[in-house]
Ligand binder design. Structure first.
Ligand SMILES: [Zn+2]
Length: 457
């Protein structure tokens, strides 16, 4: 009797395994993207020279998902400060041609580390690079980064093998809101400083990919916080780079991929200063511990089918300045307002007008009933994670920001009205001509609803 019961259990377990292994094929790949020679570094406009070395290598990693019917999605995560539409389009046009992976099946997410080569095109107008430094960066982008990203996608596809996917979630607390309200004579103002009582998203969503033999192949984890613990001249993935390192050391053979969340208005604290690297290590350890906690907690197995959707939303901008206003802004002192006015004048000369809209790519991927991933462009503020998590609750809702085109801060209606750096003033060193119009959140949420509907039908 005992023997029969055991046989039944063995048979059903192996049937289950066959069913599971047929449900997903997943591929993983990685490549070092640290430049071969020192380049200008991303982020801070105050930089005045190129990199001086590295703490650790910068990586791009990819995970390719394929469901039973052959539907695919490839997510590329990069230790980079930014990514722009032209680069994403260049990669997607080749992946479309080679593997049928167009932009609706490809996501490029960047960690927004400020210790990576500066690939944002804003640098050309707003940073103080010499022609020689600019040439080095362009060569890096054209001859190293783009070819490597294309090969990385191919390697993830070549690596597709039967796997199981499961998800769970924990939390880490080192991110804090960085929009501090201060009362002044003429009203409230938001300054860029830690605001512990402000809105945050401390969730750490985690996806675990296991092979047929149950071995841990991949760990995908997210967090909504600027990778700006460090402000020095060495290549480093910041806290996300350390979290990768800790997770891969403690799980040999697994590839760890950090997915940047909607951390546009979130900073890691403490940060900067002579102990910056110690702070960074600690944040990385806290995030890695949160990931391990999620892996060791009960997880939900993710089933197919995989459904993907993509849309380009047009965001309205405030009216552009007139020729006279631009002339008045040309103070000649080479400050950001002066450079911005000069740039907009050049746009007027070239195109006869200044753009009044900005394109905002949005994507969704639904994994059966268990997981809904949203991929939002821009330096996405935290409201764009919190709202969809409430509105589409049911599956685990995982919202990534900083995807495909980091064109400027993407404020919510609240942040736009409050003003401050992410709402209005940050636009002074972006190529986007003017702050967003007040319908920005309606447009973004409208686009998100559209892609969610498409993957949920
Ligand atoms: Zn930023």
């Amino acid at each position: 009797m005992k023997y029969i019961a055991l046989s039944v259990a063995v048979v059903s377990a192996s049937l289950l395994n066959i069913a599971n292994s047929a449900e997903w094929r997943v591929g993983l790949s990685r490549v070092v993207i640290t430049p071969e020679s020192p380049t200008w570094l991303s982020g801070y406009g105050s930089r005045d020279h190129a990199a001086e070395g590295k703490v650790h290598d910068l990586f791009a990693k990819a995970v390719a998902f394929e469901d039973k019917s052959g539907e695919r999605l490839v997510l590329v995560t990069c230790d980079l400060g930014s990514v722009y539409q032209g680069l994403t389009d260049q990669v997607a046009s080749v992946t479309q041609e080679r593997w049928g992976l167009g932009k609706e099946r490809l996501v490029i997410n960047v960690s927004h580390t400020h210790c990576a080569p500066e690939i944002a095109i804003e640098r050309i107008v707003f940073h103080s690079l010499s022609d020689a430094e600019e040439a080095k960066l362009q060569t890096y982008i054209d001859q190293q980064l783009i070819p490597k990203l294309i090969e990385l996608v191919g390697e993830a596809i070549d690596d597709l093998q039967p796997s199981t996917i499961s998800v769970s979630q924990s939390a880490a607390l080192f991110a804090s809101n960085r929009r501090l309200p201060v009362e002044e004579e003429n009203g409230k103002r938001y300054i860029n400083s830690q605001h512990p009582a402000g809105v945050t998203d401390h969730d750490v969503p985690v996806m675990v990919i296991r092979g047929e033999d149950e071995s841990l192949r991949g760990i995908l984890f997210g967090y909504a916080c600027h990778n700006t613990t460090l402000a020095f001249y060495q290549y480093c993935g910041d806290y996300a780079g350390f979290a990768h390192q800790y997770l891969e050391e403690s799980h040999p053979g697994a590839t760890a991929l950090f997915v940047m969340g909607c951390g546009g208005d979130q900073n890691p604290y403490p940060r900067h200063g002579p102990e910056g690297l110690d702070h960074c290590n600690r944040h990385g350890r806290e995030l890695a511990d949160a990931v391990v906690h999620a892996i060791e907690s009960p997880q939900t197995e993710v089933h197919g089918p995989l459904r993907v959707a993509y849309t380009d939303v047009t965001l309205d901008l405030e009216s552009p300045p007139s020729r006279e206003q631009l002339e008045a802004q040309r103070t000649g002192d080479d400050t950001y307002p002066d450079r911005k006015a000069r740039y907009l004048q050049s746009q007027l000369e070239k195109h006869g007008q200044i753009a009044t809209t900005q394109n905002c790519p949005l994507q969704a991927a639904r994994f059966g009933d268990e997981l809904l991933m949203l991929f939002v462009s821009g330096e996405t503020v935290v409201d764009y994670a919190r709202k969809p998590k409430v509105e589409f609750a049911g599956p685990l809702v995982w919202v990534a920001g900083y995807c495909n085109d980091v064109f400027a801060y993407l404020p919510s209606y609240r942040v736009l009205l409050e003003g401050g750096y992410e709402g209005r003033t940050g636009i002074v060193h972006q190529l986007v001509p003017t702050p967003f119009a007040t319908n920005v959140e309606d447009r973004v949420m409208g686009g998100i609803r559209e892609v969610v509907r498409e993957v949920s039908e």
